[in-house]
Design a protein around this ligand. Structure first.
Ligand SMILES: *[C@@H]1O[C@H](CO)[C@@H](O)[C@H](O)[C@H]1NC(C)=O
Ligand SMILES: *[C@@H]1O[C@H](CO)[C@@H](O)[C@H](O)[C@H]1NC(C)=O
Ligand SMILES: *[C@@H]1O[C@H](CO)[C@@H](O)[C@H](O)[C@H]1NC(C)=O
Ligand SMILES: *[C@@H]1O[C@H](CO)[C@@H](O)[C@H](O)[C@H]1NC(C)=O
Ligand SMILES: *[C@@H]1O[C@H](CO)[C@@H](O)[C@H](O)[C@H]1NC(C)=O
Ligand SMILES: *[C@@H]1O[C@H](CO)[C@@H](O)[C@H](O)[C@H]1NC(C)=O
Ligand SMILES: *[C@@H]1O[C@H](CO)[C@@H](O)[C@H](O)[C@H]1NC(C)=O
Length: 463
Protein backbone atom coordinates (compact mmCIF):
# COMPACT_ATOMS: atom_id res chain seq x y z
CA UNK A 1 0.00 0.00 0.00
CA UNK A 2 3.01 2.26 0.04
CA UNK A 3 2.25 3.78 -3.27
CA UNK A 4 4.45 6.82 -3.11
CA UNK A 5 7.96 6.06 -4.17
CA UNK A 6 10.90 7.96 -2.68
CA UNK A 7 11.47 9.64 -6.04
CA UNK A 8 8.04 11.24 -6.09
CA UNK A 9 8.64 12.32 -2.54
CA UNK A 10 11.88 14.13 -3.38
CA UNK A 11 10.01 15.67 -6.28
CA UNK A 12 7.63 17.19 -3.73
CA UNK A 13 10.55 18.52 -1.75
CA UNK A 14 12.19 20.14 -4.74
CA UNK A 15 8.88 21.74 -5.70
CA UNK A 16 8.52 23.05 -2.21
CA UNK A 17 12.02 24.48 -2.18
CA UNK A 18 11.18 26.44 -5.30
CA UNK A 19 8.11 27.64 -3.46
CA UNK A 20 10.26 28.75 -0.54
CA UNK A 21 12.80 30.47 -2.75
CA UNK A 22 10.03 32.64 -4.15
CA UNK A 23 9.77 34.37 -0.80
CA UNK A 24 13.47 34.85 -0.17
CA UNK A 25 13.88 36.52 -3.56
CA UNK A 26 11.46 39.30 -2.70
CA UNK A 27 12.86 42.58 -3.98
CA UNK A 28 13.34 44.75 -0.99
CA UNK A 29 13.79 48.37 -1.86
CA UNK A 30 15.42 50.94 0.38
CA UNK A 31 12.23 52.58 1.79
CA UNK A 32 10.80 49.17 2.47
CA UNK A 33 13.92 48.27 4.43
CA UNK A 34 13.64 51.52 6.37
CA UNK A 35 10.04 50.65 7.17
CA UNK A 36 11.02 47.17 8.35
CA UNK A 37 13.85 48.63 10.44
CA UNK A 38 11.51 51.22 11.87
CA UNK A 39 8.71 48.87 12.91
CA UNK A 40 11.17 46.34 14.26
CA UNK A 41 12.90 48.89 16.45
CA UNK A 42 12.25 48.12 20.16
CA UNK A 43 10.42 44.96 19.00
CA UNK A 44 10.65 41.87 21.14
CA UNK A 45 10.06 38.44 19.62
CA UNK A 46 9.51 36.95 23.06
CA UNK A 47 6.18 38.49 24.06
CA UNK A 48 2.73 38.47 22.64
CA UNK A 49 2.42 41.54 20.37
CA UNK A 50 -0.48 43.25 22.11
CA UNK A 51 -0.68 46.66 23.77
CA UNK A 52 -3.22 45.49 26.33
CA UNK A 53 -2.17 42.17 27.95
CA UNK A 54 -5.84 41.17 28.27
CA UNK A 55 -6.18 41.06 24.49
CA UNK A 56 -6.40 37.57 22.98
CA UNK A 57 -4.34 36.84 19.90
CA UNK A 58 -6.47 34.94 17.42
CA UNK A 59 -4.43 32.61 15.28
CA UNK A 60 -6.13 31.46 12.14
CA UNK A 61 -4.94 28.11 10.85
CA UNK A 62 -5.34 27.10 7.24
CA UNK A 63 -3.75 23.80 6.23
CA UNK A 64 -3.26 23.23 2.53
CA UNK A 65 -2.75 19.57 1.83
CA UNK A 66 -0.19 19.39 -0.94
CA UNK A 67 -0.75 15.66 -1.03
CA UNK A 68 -1.20 12.58 1.06
CA UNK A 69 2.19 10.88 0.92
CA UNK A 70 1.45 7.66 2.67
CA UNK A 71 -1.21 5.97 4.66
CA UNK A 72 -0.23 3.06 6.82
CA UNK A 73 -3.16 1.06 8.16
CA UNK A 74 -0.95 -1.21 10.23
CA UNK A 75 0.84 1.67 11.98
CA UNK A 76 -2.40 3.66 11.99
CA UNK A 77 -0.68 6.73 10.66
CA UNK A 78 -1.17 9.11 7.79
CA UNK A 79 1.58 11.22 6.28
CA UNK A 80 0.77 14.51 4.66
CA UNK A 81 2.71 17.01 2.72
CA UNK A 82 1.17 20.10 4.14
CA UNK A 83 1.51 23.88 4.04
CA UNK A 84 0.52 25.24 7.42
CA UNK A 85 -0.64 28.81 7.04
CA UNK A 86 -0.93 30.82 10.25
CA UNK A 87 -2.50 34.25 10.24
CA UNK A 88 -2.52 36.55 13.24
CA UNK A 89 -2.46 40.23 14.11
CA UNK A 90 0.64 41.87 15.47
CA UNK A 91 -0.29 45.19 17.00
CA UNK A 92 3.35 46.20 17.27
CA UNK A 93 4.00 45.86 13.57
CA UNK A 94 1.16 47.88 12.08
CA UNK A 95 1.95 51.12 10.35
CA UNK A 96 -1.53 52.17 9.34
CA UNK A 97 -2.98 55.20 11.20
CA UNK A 98 0.17 55.82 13.26
CA UNK A 99 0.24 59.30 14.71
CA UNK A 100 2.46 61.75 12.88
CA UNK A 101 4.73 62.20 15.93
CA UNK A 102 6.09 58.70 15.81
CA UNK A 103 5.94 58.41 12.07
CA UNK A 104 9.02 59.90 10.49
CA UNK A 105 8.40 59.15 6.84
CA UNK A 106 5.00 59.58 5.23
CA UNK A 107 6.32 57.52 2.33
CA UNK A 108 5.77 54.43 4.47
CA UNK A 109 2.02 54.79 4.22
CA UNK A 110 2.04 53.75 0.61
CA UNK A 111 3.23 50.22 1.43
CA UNK A 112 0.44 47.71 1.70
CA UNK A 113 2.69 44.91 2.94
CA UNK A 114 6.31 44.03 3.53
CA UNK A 115 8.15 40.72 3.88
CA UNK A 116 9.96 40.01 7.14
CA UNK A 117 11.70 36.73 8.08
CA UNK A 118 9.77 34.98 10.84
CA UNK A 119 12.96 34.75 12.90
CA UNK A 120 12.64 38.51 13.51
CA UNK A 121 9.05 38.53 14.71
CA UNK A 122 6.90 36.84 17.32
CA UNK A 123 5.35 33.62 16.02
CA UNK A 124 2.59 31.83 17.90
CA UNK A 125 3.65 28.45 19.25
CA UNK A 126 0.75 26.67 17.57
CA UNK A 127 1.59 23.07 16.76
CA UNK A 128 -0.18 19.89 15.74
CA UNK A 129 -0.46 17.76 18.88
CA UNK A 130 -1.20 14.31 17.51
CA UNK A 131 1.91 14.19 15.40
CA UNK A 132 4.17 11.17 15.28
CA UNK A 133 6.87 12.83 13.28
CA UNK A 134 7.33 16.26 11.77
CA UNK A 135 9.78 17.36 9.16
CA UNK A 136 10.13 20.98 8.08
CA UNK A 137 10.76 21.19 4.41
CA UNK A 138 12.54 24.49 4.80
CA UNK A 139 14.02 25.62 8.06
CA UNK A 140 11.45 27.38 10.19
CA UNK A 141 13.59 30.52 10.44
CA UNK A 142 13.95 30.79 6.69
CA UNK A 143 10.24 31.29 6.27
CA UNK A 144 9.33 34.84 5.28
CA UNK A 145 6.15 36.25 6.74
CA UNK A 146 3.89 38.70 4.97
CA UNK A 147 3.21 41.72 7.19
CA UNK A 148 0.27 43.88 6.15
CA UNK A 149 -0.03 47.56 7.10
CA UNK A 150 -2.96 46.79 9.46
CA UNK A 151 -0.72 44.39 11.41
CA UNK A 152 -2.05 41.18 9.92
CA UNK A 153 0.74 38.65 9.52
CA UNK A 154 0.62 35.53 7.37
CA UNK A 155 3.29 32.87 7.52
CA UNK A 156 3.26 29.55 5.74
CA UNK A 157 5.28 26.59 6.98
CA UNK A 158 5.71 23.67 4.59
CA UNK A 159 6.02 20.38 6.47
CA UNK A 160 5.78 16.65 6.14
CA UNK A 161 3.52 15.56 8.97
CA UNK A 162 3.03 12.05 10.14
CA UNK A 163 -0.03 12.01 12.35
CA UNK A 164 -1.83 9.32 14.21
CA UNK A 165 -5.15 8.36 12.77
CA UNK A 166 -7.31 5.57 14.13
CA UNK A 167 -8.65 3.52 11.28
CA UNK A 168 -11.96 1.80 11.30
CA UNK A 169 -11.32 -1.02 8.85
CA UNK A 170 -14.61 -2.83 9.33
CA UNK A 171 -15.73 -1.75 5.87
CA UNK A 172 -12.43 -2.29 4.09
CA UNK A 173 -12.08 -1.90 1.10
CA UNK A 174 -15.14 0.36 0.94
CA UNK A 175 -14.07 2.36 3.95
CA UNK A 176 -14.07 6.04 4.75
CA UNK A 177 -11.71 7.29 7.40
CA UNK A 178 -11.64 10.40 9.56
CA UNK A 179 -8.16 11.69 10.25
CA UNK A 180 -7.86 14.58 12.63
CA UNK A 181 -5.14 17.11 13.15
CA UNK A 182 -5.37 18.81 16.52
CA UNK A 183 -3.90 22.31 16.59
CA UNK A 184 -3.22 24.29 19.68
CA UNK A 185 -0.77 26.55 21.42
CA UNK A 186 1.66 24.43 23.32
CA UNK A 187 2.12 26.81 26.25
CA UNK A 188 -0.40 29.61 26.18
CA UNK A 189 -3.98 29.20 27.44
CA UNK A 190 -7.02 30.11 25.44
CA UNK A 191 -7.31 33.66 26.83
CA UNK A 192 -3.87 34.43 25.39
CA UNK A 193 -3.97 32.51 22.12
CA UNK A 194 -7.15 31.31 20.51
CA UNK A 195 -6.90 29.04 17.50
CA UNK A 196 -9.49 29.42 14.77
CA UNK A 197 -9.83 28.44 11.16
CA UNK A 198 -11.88 29.29 8.10
CA UNK A 199 -12.10 25.62 7.15
CA UNK A 200 -15.56 24.14 7.50
CA UNK A 201 -17.77 21.57 5.82
CA UNK A 202 -18.60 24.01 3.03
CA UNK A 203 -15.02 24.90 2.16
CA UNK A 204 -14.10 24.25 -1.44
CA UNK A 205 -11.57 21.43 -1.30
CA UNK A 206 -10.00 22.11 -4.68
CA UNK A 207 -7.94 24.90 -3.16
CA UNK A 208 -7.02 22.96 -0.04
CA UNK A 209 -6.11 19.59 -1.48
CA UNK A 210 -3.72 20.00 -4.36
CA UNK A 211 -2.78 16.45 -5.33
CA UNK A 212 -4.81 13.32 -4.98
CA UNK A 213 -3.48 10.09 -3.60
CA UNK A 214 -3.80 7.18 -6.00
CA UNK A 215 -5.73 5.14 -3.46
CA UNK A 216 -7.45 7.76 -1.34
CA UNK A 217 -9.70 10.70 -2.10
CA UNK A 218 -10.18 13.54 0.33
CA UNK A 219 -13.92 14.01 0.30
CA UNK A 220 -14.47 16.47 3.13
CA UNK A 221 -12.73 18.68 5.63
CA UNK A 222 -14.31 19.94 8.78
CA UNK A 223 -13.23 21.77 11.90
CA UNK A 224 -14.20 21.86 15.52
CA UNK A 225 -13.09 24.26 18.24
CA UNK A 226 -12.62 23.02 21.75
CA UNK A 227 -11.61 24.52 25.03
CA UNK A 228 -9.66 21.70 26.56
CA UNK A 229 -8.78 21.56 30.22
CA UNK A 230 -6.00 19.33 31.37
CA UNK A 231 -5.69 17.86 34.81
CA UNK A 232 -3.00 19.72 36.68
CA UNK A 233 -3.14 18.06 40.05
CA UNK A 234 -4.48 14.54 40.21
CA UNK A 235 -4.85 14.58 44.01
CA UNK A 236 -7.36 17.44 44.00
CA UNK A 237 -8.81 17.00 40.52
CA UNK A 238 -7.88 20.61 39.91
CA UNK A 239 -7.88 21.43 36.26
CA UNK A 240 -5.54 24.11 35.11
CA UNK A 241 -6.05 26.79 32.54
CA UNK A 242 -8.13 26.08 29.53
CA UNK A 243 -6.39 25.67 26.23
CA UNK A 244 -7.85 26.44 22.88
CA UNK A 245 -7.71 23.44 20.60
CA UNK A 246 -8.79 23.11 17.04
CA UNK A 247 -9.57 19.83 15.33
CA UNK A 248 -9.36 19.77 11.60
CA UNK A 249 -10.75 16.51 10.32
CA UNK A 250 -10.12 15.12 6.89
CA UNK A 251 -12.57 12.58 5.64
CA UNK A 252 -10.84 10.34 3.16
CA UNK A 253 -12.38 7.64 1.08
CA UNK A 254 -10.64 4.62 -0.37
CA UNK A 255 -10.91 3.93 -4.08
CA UNK A 256 -11.84 0.25 -3.96
CA UNK A 257 -11.16 -0.57 -7.64
CA UNK A 258 -7.83 -2.29 -6.91
CA UNK A 259 -9.35 -4.59 -4.31
CA UNK A 260 -12.37 -5.30 -6.47
CA UNK A 261 -10.24 -6.41 -9.41
CA UNK A 262 -7.46 -8.10 -7.50
CA UNK A 263 -9.35 -9.80 -4.68
CA UNK A 264 -13.13 -9.75 -4.96
CA UNK A 265 -13.57 -10.72 -8.61
CA UNK A 266 -11.00 -13.57 -8.51
CA UNK A 267 -12.50 -14.91 -5.28
CA UNK A 268 -15.96 -14.88 -6.80
CA UNK A 269 -14.78 -16.51 -10.03
CA UNK A 270 -12.80 -19.22 -8.21
CA UNK A 271 -15.80 -20.03 -6.07
CA UNK A 272 -18.08 -20.08 -9.12
CA UNK A 273 -15.76 -22.40 -11.03
CA UNK A 274 -15.52 -24.61 -7.97
CA UNK A 275 -19.31 -24.86 -7.76
CA UNK A 276 -19.71 -25.61 -11.45
CA UNK A 277 -16.86 -28.10 -11.35
CA UNK A 278 -18.21 -29.90 -8.31
CA UNK A 279 -21.70 -30.34 -9.65
CA UNK A 280 -21.12 -30.87 -13.35
CA UNK A 281 -18.29 -33.38 -13.63
CA UNK A 282 -18.51 -37.17 -13.28
CA UNK A 283 -19.00 -38.48 -9.79
CA UNK A 284 -15.46 -39.30 -8.74
CA UNK A 285 -15.03 -38.66 -5.07
CA UNK A 286 -11.25 -38.19 -5.08
CA UNK A 287 -11.24 -35.71 -7.93
CA UNK A 288 -13.93 -33.58 -6.38
CA UNK A 289 -12.37 -33.47 -2.95
CA UNK A 290 -8.99 -32.60 -4.46
CA UNK A 291 -10.55 -29.84 -6.50
CA UNK A 292 -12.45 -28.48 -3.50
CA UNK A 293 -9.34 -28.49 -1.34
CA UNK A 294 -7.38 -26.61 -4.01
CA UNK A 295 -10.10 -23.98 -4.05
CA UNK A 296 -10.03 -23.72 -0.26
CA UNK A 297 -6.24 -23.33 -0.31
CA UNK A 298 -6.52 -20.50 -2.83
CA UNK A 299 -9.14 -18.82 -0.66
CA UNK A 300 -6.98 -19.18 2.43
CA UNK A 301 -4.15 -17.41 0.63
CA UNK A 302 -6.48 -14.61 -0.40
CA UNK A 303 -7.70 -14.34 3.19
CA UNK A 304 -4.09 -14.02 4.36
CA UNK A 305 -3.50 -11.23 1.86
CA UNK A 306 -6.58 -9.44 3.16
CA UNK A 307 -5.66 -9.78 6.83
CA UNK A 308 -2.11 -8.58 6.12
CA UNK A 309 -3.52 -5.36 4.72
CA UNK A 310 -5.37 -4.33 7.84
CA UNK A 311 -4.56 -3.93 11.51
CA UNK A 312 -5.49 -6.89 13.65
CA UNK A 313 -8.28 -5.35 15.63
CA UNK A 314 -10.49 -7.09 18.09
CA UNK A 315 -13.49 -5.96 16.06
CA UNK A 316 -13.03 -8.91 13.75
CA UNK A 317 -12.51 -9.17 10.05
CA UNK A 318 -13.06 -6.34 7.60
CA UNK A 319 -15.82 -6.56 5.03
CA UNK A 320 -13.48 -8.09 2.46
CA UNK A 321 -12.38 -10.71 4.98
CA UNK A 322 -16.00 -11.54 5.69
CA UNK A 323 -16.54 -11.93 1.98
CA UNK A 324 -13.62 -14.32 1.50
CA UNK A 325 -14.81 -16.26 4.53
CA UNK A 326 -18.27 -16.44 3.01
CA UNK A 327 -16.81 -17.82 -0.22
CA UNK A 328 -14.80 -20.35 1.78
CA UNK A 329 -18.01 -21.47 3.49
CA UNK A 330 -19.86 -21.71 0.16
CA UNK A 331 -17.05 -23.78 -1.35
CA UNK A 332 -16.84 -26.03 1.71
CA UNK A 333 -20.60 -26.54 1.69
CA UNK A 334 -20.36 -27.43 -1.99
CA UNK A 335 -17.69 -30.04 -1.29
CA UNK A 336 -19.66 -31.53 1.59
CA UNK A 337 -22.86 -31.72 -0.46
CA UNK A 338 -21.04 -33.45 -3.34
CA UNK A 339 -19.36 -35.92 -1.03
CA UNK A 340 -22.70 -36.70 0.65
CA UNK A 341 -24.34 -37.21 -2.73
CA UNK A 342 -21.57 -39.59 -3.84
CA UNK A 343 -21.84 -41.42 -0.55
CA UNK A 344 -25.62 -41.87 -0.85
CA UNK A 345 -25.24 -42.94 -4.44
CA UNK A 346 -22.66 -45.60 -3.64
CA UNK A 347 -24.64 -46.97 -0.71
CA UNK A 348 -27.88 -47.05 -2.70
CA UNK A 349 -26.25 -49.04 -5.48
CA UNK A 350 -24.68 -51.37 -2.96
CA UNK A 351 -27.99 -52.10 -1.25
CA UNK A 352 -29.98 -51.96 -4.50
CA UNK A 353 -32.25 -49.25 -3.28
CA UNK A 354 -34.28 -47.25 -5.72
CA UNK A 355 -34.47 -43.48 -5.42
CA UNK A 356 -37.33 -42.52 -3.08
CA UNK A 357 -40.52 -41.37 -4.73
CA UNK A 358 -40.31 -37.80 -3.43
CA UNK A 359 -36.88 -37.45 -5.01
CA UNK A 360 -38.26 -38.71 -8.31
CA UNK A 361 -41.13 -36.25 -8.11
CA UNK A 362 -38.76 -33.47 -7.11
CA UNK A 363 -36.54 -34.21 -10.04
CA UNK A 364 -39.45 -34.67 -12.46
CA UNK A 365 -38.03 -38.00 -13.58
CA UNK A 366 -40.45 -40.65 -14.79
CA UNK A 367 -40.50 -43.74 -12.60
CA UNK A 368 -39.40 -46.39 -15.05
CA UNK A 369 -39.14 -49.26 -12.61
CA UNK A 370 -42.76 -50.35 -13.12
CA UNK A 371 -43.24 -50.06 -16.85
CA UNK A 372 -41.04 -53.05 -17.62
CA UNK A 373 -42.97 -54.69 -20.53
CA UNK A 374 -40.14 -56.90 -21.63
CA UNK A 375 -41.43 -60.20 -20.25
CA UNK A 376 -41.28 -62.07 -23.55
CA UNK A 377 -39.00 -64.89 -22.49
CA UNK A 378 -40.81 -65.45 -19.22
CA UNK A 379 -44.13 -65.44 -21.10
CA UNK A 380 -42.93 -67.95 -23.62
CA UNK A 381 -41.63 -70.17 -20.86
CA UNK A 382 -44.93 -69.92 -19.01
CA UNK A 383 -46.95 -70.62 -22.18
CA UNK A 384 -44.80 -73.59 -22.91
CA UNK A 385 -45.20 -74.92 -19.43
CA UNK A 386 -48.99 -74.57 -19.69
CA UNK A 387 -49.10 -76.27 -23.05
CA UNK A 388 -46.97 -79.09 -21.73
CA UNK A 389 -49.20 -79.75 -18.72
CA UNK A 390 -52.20 -79.73 -21.07
CA UNK A 391 -50.61 -82.34 -23.32
CA UNK A 392 -49.35 -84.34 -20.39
CA UNK A 393 -51.98 -87.10 -20.83
CA UNK A 394 -51.01 -88.57 -24.18
CA UNK A 395 -47.53 -89.69 -23.21
CA UNK A 396 -45.41 -90.41 -26.15
CA UNK A 397 -42.34 -92.52 -25.25
CA UNK A 398 -40.55 -91.29 -28.35
CA UNK A 399 -41.05 -87.79 -27.13
CA UNK A 400 -39.75 -88.65 -23.67
CA UNK A 401 -36.16 -87.84 -24.70
CA UNK A 402 -37.15 -84.71 -26.46
CA UNK A 403 -39.14 -83.71 -23.46
CA UNK A 404 -36.10 -84.00 -21.23
CA UNK A 405 -34.02 -81.88 -23.57
CA UNK A 406 -36.78 -79.38 -23.81
CA UNK A 407 -37.06 -79.21 -20.03
CA UNK A 408 -33.35 -78.63 -19.70
CA UNK A 409 -33.55 -76.00 -22.38
CA UNK A 410 -36.39 -74.37 -20.55
CA UNK A 411 -34.45 -74.29 -17.31
CA UNK A 412 -31.47 -72.73 -19.00
CA UNK A 413 -33.75 -70.31 -20.70
CA UNK A 414 -35.25 -69.38 -17.36
CA UNK A 415 -31.82 -68.94 -15.83
CA UNK A 416 -30.70 -66.75 -18.68
CA UNK A 417 -33.91 -64.84 -18.43
CA UNK A 418 -33.45 -64.40 -14.69
CA UNK A 419 -29.90 -63.22 -15.15
CA UNK A 420 -30.81 -60.79 -17.85
CA UNK A 421 -33.72 -59.57 -15.79
CA UNK A 422 -31.44 -58.94 -12.82
CA UNK A 423 -29.01 -57.16 -15.14
CA UNK A 424 -31.84 -55.13 -16.50
CA UNK A 425 -33.02 -54.29 -13.01
CA UNK A 426 -29.54 -53.19 -12.08
CA UNK A 427 -29.27 -51.15 -15.22
CA UNK A 428 -32.60 -49.49 -14.44
CA UNK A 429 -31.41 -48.84 -10.88
CA UNK A 430 -28.20 -47.25 -12.06
CA UNK A 431 -29.95 -45.33 -14.78
CA UNK A 432 -32.53 -43.98 -12.36
CA UNK A 433 -29.93 -42.90 -9.85
CA UNK A 434 -27.90 -41.31 -12.62
CA UNK A 435 -30.90 -39.33 -13.83
CA UNK A 436 -31.98 -38.32 -10.34
CA UNK A 437 -28.50 -37.32 -9.28
CA UNK A 438 -27.92 -35.39 -12.47
CA UNK A 439 -30.99 -33.36 -11.64
CA UNK A 440 -29.98 -33.08 -7.99
CA UNK A 441 -26.55 -31.82 -9.14
CA UNK A 442 -28.18 -29.34 -11.46
CA UNK A 443 -30.50 -28.06 -8.74
CA UNK A 444 -27.64 -27.85 -6.26
CA UNK A 445 -25.45 -26.03 -8.76
CA UNK A 446 -28.18 -23.49 -9.45
CA UNK A 447 -28.89 -23.09 -5.72
CA UNK A 448 -25.20 -22.60 -4.94
CA UNK A 449 -24.68 -20.13 -7.77
CA UNK A 450 -27.76 -18.13 -6.75
CA UNK A 451 -26.64 -18.24 -3.11
CA UNK A 452 -23.17 -17.14 -4.09
CA UNK A 453 -24.39 -14.24 -6.20
CA UNK A 454 -26.92 -13.07 -3.61
CA UNK A 455 -24.38 -13.39 -0.80
CA UNK A 456 -21.79 -11.46 -2.81
CA UNK A 457 -24.22 -8.67 -3.59
CA UNK A 458 -25.45 -8.52 0.01
CA UNK A 459 -21.94 -8.30 1.42
CA UNK A 460 -20.63 -5.83 -1.13
CA UNK A 461 -23.63 -3.54 -0.85
CA UNK A 462 -24.20 -3.99 2.87
CA UNK A 463 -22.54 -0.67 3.77
C1 LIG B 1 14.07 45.72 -7.39
O1 LIG B 1 13.96 47.10 -7.01
C2 LIG B 1 14.82 47.96 -7.77
C3 LIG B 1 14.69 49.33 -7.17
O2 LIG B 1 13.37 49.71 -6.96
C4 LIG B 1 14.37 47.90 -9.23
O3 LIG B 1 15.20 48.71 -9.99
C5 LIG B 1 14.44 46.45 -9.73
O4 LIG B 1 13.94 46.37 -11.03
C6 LIG B 1 13.63 45.53 -8.82
N1 LIG B 1 13.82 44.16 -9.21
C7 LIG B 1 12.84 43.30 -9.29
C8 LIG B 1 13.22 41.93 -9.68
O5 LIG B 1 11.67 43.61 -9.04
C1 LIG C 1 12.52 52.57 21.66
O1 LIG C 1 12.75 52.64 23.05
C2 LIG C 1 13.54 53.75 23.42
C3 LIG C 1 13.82 53.67 24.90
O2 LIG C 1 12.94 52.81 25.58
C4 LIG C 1 12.75 55.03 23.09
O3 LIG C 1 13.52 56.13 23.40
C5 LIG C 1 12.44 55.05 21.61
O4 LIG C 1 11.64 56.19 21.30
C6 LIG C 1 11.71 53.80 21.22
N1 LIG C 1 11.57 53.81 19.77
C7 LIG C 1 10.43 53.54 19.15
C8 LIG C 1 10.45 53.56 17.66
O5 LIG C 1 9.42 53.35 19.77
C1 LIG D 1 -0.50 63.27 9.65
O1 LIG D 1 -0.15 64.52 9.11
C2 LIG D 1 -0.69 64.78 7.79
C3 LIG D 1 -0.16 66.13 7.36
O2 LIG D 1 0.87 66.53 8.11
C4 LIG D 1 -2.21 64.77 7.87
O3 LIG D 1 -2.73 64.99 6.59
C5 LIG D 1 -2.68 63.41 8.38
O4 LIG D 1 -4.08 63.43 8.55
C6 LIG D 1 -2.04 63.11 9.73
N1 LIG D 1 -2.39 61.77 10.09
C7 LIG D 1 -2.80 61.43 11.31
C8 LIG D 1 -3.14 60.02 11.53
O5 LIG D 1 -2.90 62.21 12.21
C1 LIG E 1 -7.16 52.87 10.21
O1 LIG E 1 -8.16 53.84 10.05
C2 LIG E 1 -9.23 53.42 9.23
C3 LIG E 1 -10.18 54.61 9.08
O2 LIG E 1 -10.40 55.20 10.30
C4 LIG E 1 -9.93 52.22 9.91
O3 LIG E 1 -10.97 51.78 9.06
C5 LIG E 1 -8.91 51.10 10.08
O4 LIG E 1 -9.49 50.02 10.76
C6 LIG E 1 -7.73 51.61 10.87
N1 LIG E 1 -6.74 50.56 10.91
C7 LIG E 1 -6.23 50.07 12.04
C8 LIG E 1 -5.25 48.97 11.91
O5 LIG E 1 -6.56 50.49 13.14
C1 LIG F 1 -5.57 43.60 7.04
O1 LIG F 1 -5.35 43.72 5.64
C2 LIG F 1 -5.40 42.49 4.93
C3 LIG F 1 -5.00 42.80 3.50
O2 LIG F 1 -5.56 43.97 3.03
C4 LIG F 1 -6.81 41.94 5.04
O3 LIG F 1 -6.86 40.70 4.34
C5 LIG F 1 -7.11 41.70 6.51
O4 LIG F 1 -8.43 41.23 6.67
C6 LIG F 1 -6.93 42.96 7.31
N1 LIG F 1 -7.06 42.66 8.71
C7 LIG F 1 -7.87 43.32 9.54
C8 LIG F 1 -7.87 42.87 10.98
O5 LIG F 1 -8.55 44.23 9.14
C1 LIG G 1 -16.38 10.67 10.26
O1 LIG G 1 -16.97 11.86 10.73
C2 LIG G 1 -18.30 12.05 10.27
C3 LIG G 1 -18.75 13.42 10.76
O2 LIG G 1 -18.46 13.61 12.09
C4 LIG G 1 -19.17 10.93 10.80
O3 LIG G 1 -20.48 11.11 10.32
C5 LIG G 1 -18.62 9.62 10.31
O4 LIG G 1 -19.35 8.56 10.86
C6 LIG G 1 -17.18 9.47 10.72
N1 LIG G 1 -16.66 8.28 10.07
C7 LIG G 1 -15.91 7.39 10.74
C8 LIG G 1 -15.43 6.25 9.93
O5 LIG G 1 -15.61 7.53 11.91
C1 LIG H 1 -11.51 13.10 40.75
O1 LIG H 1 -12.50 12.82 39.77
C2 LIG H 1 -12.78 11.43 39.66
C3 LIG H 1 -13.76 11.23 38.54
O2 LIG H 1 -14.41 12.39 38.20
C4 LIG H 1 -13.34 10.92 41.02
O3 LIG H 1 -13.58 9.53 40.91
C5 LIG H 1 -12.32 11.19 42.08
O4 LIG H 1 -12.85 10.83 43.34
C6 LIG H 1 -11.96 12.65 42.15
N1 LIG H 1 -10.88 12.86 43.09
C7 LIG H 1 -10.88 13.86 43.98
C8 LIG H 1 -9.72 13.93 44.89
O5 LIG H 1 -11.80 14.65 44.03
Amino acid sequence: MKVFSPSSFSFFISLLSIFGVRFTNANTSQPERDLADFILRNYSTNYRPVHDPRTTVYVQVLPTIYGIVDLDELRESITYMIWQQYTWTDEMLQWENRSNQTWPDLEFDKFELIYIPVSLIWVPDVVVFNVLEKKDIIDRNQVIAKVYKNGTITAEFPQVLDTRCTFDISEFPFDTQNCTMTYGSWSLPSNEIFVTTTVNELTDLSGLVLHNHPEWDVIAMSSNNRNAAYLEDASTNATGERFSELDITLTIQRKPAYYIYVLIVPTFVISLINTIGLFSTKRERDDKVTMGLTTLLTMAIILTIVTNEVPKSQLGLPLLGDYVLFEILISSAGIIVTVVIIFIHERALLHRRYPPAWLLCLCLTRNERLDSNNHDIADIAANYSNARSANNNNVNPMNEKHQEILDMLRMHLLRVEKHSESKRQRWILEDQWARVLMNVDLIMMILFIIGNVIGTLLIIFSK
